[in-house]
Design a protein. Sequence first.
Length: 274
Amino acid sequence: MKILSLVFNLSRPRFWLYTAGPFIVGAAFAVHDVYQLNTPAFWIGLLFFLIPANMYLYGVNDLADEDTDEHNTKKTSHEIKLAESNKRIYIVSIMISIATLLLLQSVFSAQSFLLTSIFMGLATMYSLPPIRLKARPYLDFLSNILYVVPGLVGYSLFTGQLPPLPIIVACGAWTGAMHLYSAIPDIQSDTQAKLQTTAVLLGRMNSLWLCFVLWSICAIIVAFYSPFFVFILVYPFLTLRVIIGQLDLTGLYWRFPWINGIIGFILFWYAIFS
């Protein structure tokens, strides 16, 4: 039970919807009826992006981030910190995730499997040296488009195509802002670890303004396609409140899973009924 609890926590349950959510929404935009989602490929894909994908994403991240986690109080207050005695469990979890990915070949189309492999590749390059995109200013938040890829997989499963390019750009702007915002509370620990991120390079206030711009770009692009853009305006609005001191930066960060979950739920049903 202790091992299962460790694996459960390393996969960051509060962030499961960050990978599974885009997959569900992408699939929802690809079908005409919610009952069309009831296929083996959809349910297996959902299960993969719910748990194994997160086991891999955060397992690799924790193994690569021992240098920064040493100074990161978030690891002891809200998350778990990798211990030397647990490394073998992390490695086994990562191997299980890779094995699960290979099993997807039997139910996914070639395109959907390729996109899922790209997701895993980006997750690897984000954390592991020598590339370690998280330590490369601007590439760190741009590479966070990996969270868009599950949505592309879900859409591809039912259409064999990708969404319009502007929509992909809008989603990339959204995930980039989300990543940059999450890096702001880590500025001090990343600086102590000599990790050069965009947030470290720009500083707190400039990073917040860039988040505001990216979320605004997302809303503007979506406005050309759908009235749903009004929900996206929540993000630049909340960021502006942090900038002027009406909201606590870290407090909002820990509320984002709830905010994203609610807006994602609305987006899912909007996709089905529209």
